[in-house]
Design a protein around this ligand. Structure first.
Ligand SMILES: *Cc1c(COP(=O)(O)O)cnc(C)c1O
Length: 374
């Protein structure tokens, strides 16, 4: 029997763990890479677009890849408590992995600005949820101060183990496609994930015998490189929360995509390095564009991602239209989180249910009204 038991076991040669490290896992990773078959036809472009559906991780977002590493290393170091600032998904993941590890978890969230599903997760897993009258950036600053005065271990993406875990997404994509794609698009909030993707892709093309510093060149990947190329990285920010596009922090970030409602990203420099080294670019999408593509993806491909995730595809569709991405390209979009996380936003933009009497004729009239023609 060979059960899949999560990213640390699968990629232990490429991660900073030893045989004695107590692995805290919920079997995260191994998410499907789904080819979008209807959209290229709809937009009349000869391209292959894939969605890496990270919404199918144990707590419904890619944060689980980072959290398994961060909590594993915290436990290894003897930590009894972790803390994070969160727009929602980090708190959900931290709460779940802390529960699994049997340690305490404190989460700081912006009052009233987190999606309902994410809040329910943090509460249900038994973390101490602290709502602050401030935004994510305030929470991020406070968490760093609190880690100096209390015995809590930060599990935000300034914790380098988070990015180590998250880099494994690149390995999975290469394994699925047989090589790296030409383009890789993703949302940029605190900017850790784009940096982690780039680290993963970079290690995958490395043949050096002492590349990553963790395995001393002994791992199988270093003997045979996994990929022949690295993708061009495309990072998209919401127009109301686009500090990298503006070239300065945004004081009061606003967007319906609450997961990327961040005005001063912690990994700003790393993200710019990934963009520059890959020859990629940053761009922005409006809330209207984000919601339109979230719905388009749900209704043409059957994939329900959260608003922040949809920006990766929204940006790609725009750049295909503009000719910035050429025909013949293979493109991967990271669909970072599940649409069920944010039911309010989904319901607000969908057709309301039709209410009729529990009667054959009434329902048949509705069916005839909505049947496709012909
Ligand atoms: C955290 C998150 C992001 C942003 O990732 P960063 O690493 O902060 O840039 C995007 N989408 C979802 C669903 C997230 O949870």
């Amino acid at each position: 029997m060979s059960l899949y038991t999560g990213i640390i076991e699968k990629y232990r040669d490429r991660l900073p763990v030893t045989a004695d490290t107590p692995v805290i896992s919920l079997n995260e990773g191994n998410t499907p890479l789904i080819e979008l078959r209807n959209l290229p036809r709809l937009i009349k472009k000869k391209v292959r677009i894939f969605g890496k559906f990270e919404g199918l991780n144990p707590t419904g977002s890619f944060k689980d890849r980072g959290m398994t590493m961060a909590v594993t290393k915290a436990v290894e170091a003897g930590a009894k408590a972790i803390i994070c600032a969160s727009t929602g998904n980090t708190s959900a993941a931290a709460a779940a992995y802390a529960a699994r590890a049997g340690i305490a978890c404190f989460v700081l969230i912006p009052e009233g600005k987190i999606a309902l599903g994410k809040l329910s997760q943090a509460m249900m897993h038994g973390s101490v949820v602290i709502q602050i009258r401030g935004n994510f950036d305030d929470g991020m600053r406070l968490v760093q101060e609190l880690a100096k005065t209390t015995p809590v271990n930060i599990v935000n993406s300034i914790n380098p183990y988070r990015l180590q875990g998250q880099k494994t997404i690149a390995f999975e994509i290469i394994e699925a496609l047989g090589d790296a794609p030409d383009y890789h698009a993703l949302p940029v909030g605190n900017a850790g994930n784009i940096s982690a993707h780039w680290t993963g892709y970079s290690e995958a093309v490395c043949e050096s015998t002492r590349a990553c510093g963790f395995c001393s060149g002994k791992c199988s990947y270093h003997k045979s490189k996994m990929a022949t190329q690295r993708p061009i990285m495309l990072g998209y920010q919401a127009s109301g929360a686009a500090p990298i596009l503006r070239g300065r922090p945004v004081e009061n970030p606003e967007t319906v995509a609450t997961a990327i409602r961040i005005g001063n990203p912690v990994s700003w420099q790393l993200a710019v390095a990934a963009q520059q080294e890959s020859g990629g670019w940053f761009d922005e999408c409006t809330d209207q564009e984000i919601l339109h593509v979230q719905k388009l993806l749900a209704q043409t491909e059957g994939i329900f991602c959260e608003p922040a995730s949809a920006i990766s595809l929204a940006g790609v569709l725009k750049d295909l239209e503009l000719g910035k991405i050429g025909e013949g390209s293979t493109i991967v979009c990271t669909l970072t989180g599940h649409g069920l996380k944010d039911p309010d936003t989904a319901i607000a933009q969908s057709t309301k249910p039709v209410t009729v009497d529990a009667e054959h004729g009434a329902i048949e009239r509705v069916i005839r009204e909505y049947l496709p023609e012909g």
